[in-house]
Design a protein around this ligand. Structure first.
Ligand code: CS2
Length: 461
């Protein structure tokens, strides 16, 4: 890859095929991806480029045209800054060939959905994107209906989000939506025969891009890249090999094919993501800006280790090819990478959507086994205090970026009454269901943990 290079002074040209040499670009769009945000660009798009072949991606942005404005002017090229603890490498990725904003370009979206050359429709729309009213499911069902009415070509819907059984989740949302349509049973029958929904487990830490990252690309490549993404060196993708019309050779470049993703998914969601959330809430309340700062605190690191060892591990069926002790050690090393500057408040986002998947499953399993998962309870208590107090131990405000934010604030009530906070938030059924609020021992443990954390947060005001 030749680039402008050298010191950057004044304006620089925009990243494009004429300002940077890109080794290989696929000619044909065969993957339609809903949600081409930072994680997709640093994970699936990199695996797909490395796998080679003619598998171009068309990204479909959901909530705003921002990613279109970032990618389209630079022919959909973007840079990945890979940051290890000690060094940063930079690569330009060319596998995205088109991008569109669903809301303002419905015809272009329909053309892609009905194109028989499109073999895979993949998604990274975050946990909240799978709610029936999110718009994504409607978009997917409308696209499949149009495909059925035109080419009728088989297709694979590939979820790449942090959900348990993500393929089954998206299939059930699609079939539920079909059932609500006039003559939806015919579409549902077509989907059953022509569409596959394999589950996957995805993993790569991808912090939000900053101006400093954009400046680093300007200095390194001598071009302006508005779509640069940052990632750690580690990446993992475990995929159920159940495709209707082929796929890239992802296994040739490090992805793992399996018949059952579930055990890998549980390890990742509960060991990594559950611990991430613990460090995010406890770290943010303690005044740490980044996950690396939080895990450098011996008390929080100890909580993290004990959450994984004492609470999570007994709930897992560890796959034979996973060394869980090495996995746990690696997770903490990945979190400790200071170069990522992964913000605690970024991981703290959408807690109402994340907690059920990352911590409450562990809590339910341990309670059913007659044990009280103290660290998982403390992690949930930290989320409760984060919601109720909304500020760290220095009084700095903490953002509550959550689709249920207003309801959570109202439910938490008084910011200094542990019982009120616990009872109020336990009453939010979308998060805690019907069973957990009735568990007296859990409730008492939460009240005790919330009281202790409130005292910590207040002790330096
Ligand atoms: C993080 C995840 O922001 C968060 O909730 O826990 O994005 C995490 O970085 C990825 O799942 C790692 O694969």
């Amino acid at each position: 890859m030749a680039a402008g290079g050298g010191p950057v002074t004044g304006t620089v040209p925009r990243l494009s095929p004429t300002t940077v040499d890109v080794a290989h670009r696929p000619d044909t769009v065969r993957i339609l991806h809903l949600g081409p945000g930072a994680f997709h660009r640093a994970h699936q798009a990199v695996f797909t480029e490395d796998a080679g072949g003619d598998w171009g991606i068309c990204g479909v942005t959901q909530r705003s045209p921002a990613v279109v404005d970032q990618l389209r002017p630079q022919d959909c090229l973007f840079t990945v800054l890979e940051r290890s603890h000690t060094a940063t490498s930079c690569r330009v990725v060319g596998t995205i060939r088109d991008v569109l904003f669903a809301r303002s370009e419905p015809e272009r979206l329909r053309t892609r959905f009905t194109d028989p050359e499109v073999r895979i429709v993949s998604l990274t729309v975050t946990e909240k994107g799978y709610h029936p009213d999110s718009g994504v499911i409607t978009q997917l069902v409308d696209g499949l209906a149009a495909r059925r009415a035109t080419s009728g070509a088989p297709v694979t819907v590939l979820s790449c989000d942090n959900l348990t059984g993500n393929g089954n989740v998206v299939r059930s949302r699609v079939l539920d939506a079909c059932a609500r349509l006039p003559h939806g049973d015919a579409l549902a029958a077509w989907v059953a025969d022509h569409v596959r929904f394999p589950s996957t487990m995805v993993d790569r830490i991808v912090p939000a891009t900053t101006d400093a990252d954009r400046a680093e690309v300007r200095a390194a490549l001598g071009v302006a890249d508005e779509a640069v993404v940052v990632g750690e060196p580690f990446r993992q993708w475990v995929i159920e090999d159940d495709f209707a019309a082929g796929r890239p050779a992802w296994e040739a470049v490090g992805a793992q094919l399996t018949t059952d993703v579930a055990p890998y998914e549980a390890v990742k969601l509960r060991m990594l993501n559950g611990t991430h959330s613990l460090l995010a809430y406890r770290g943010a309340l303690a005044g740490y800006d980044t996950i690396a700062e939080a895990v450098a605190d011996p008390a929080l690191a100890d909580e993290a280790v004990k959450l994984m060892e004492h609470d999570v591990l007994p709930t897992l069926t560890v796959p034979d090819d996973v060394d869980i002790t090495a996995y746990r050690k690696q997770v903490l090393e990945r979190f400790a990478n200071p170069a990522l500057r992964h913000r605690t408040t970024q991981v703290a986002m959408d807690g109402s959507q994340k907690l059920p998947l990352r911590l409450l499953g562990t809590i339910r399993d341990r309670l059913a086994a007659g044990a009280m998962p103290v660290r998982a309870v403390r992690a949930v208590a930290a989320w409760m205090v984060y919601v109720a107090v909304g500020a760290d131990r220095h009084g700095r405000p903490l953002p509550l970026d959550d689709p249920l934010a207003e309801r959570l604030r109202a439910a938490a009530g008084a910011a200094d009454a542990p019982r009120v906070i616990v009872d109020g938030l336990l009453s939010v059924g979308e998060v805690f269901g019907e069973d957990l609020p009735d568990h007296a021992a859990l409730r008492a443990a939460l009240v005790e943990s919330v009281a202790e954390l409130l005292a910590r947060v207040a002790d330096v005001r």
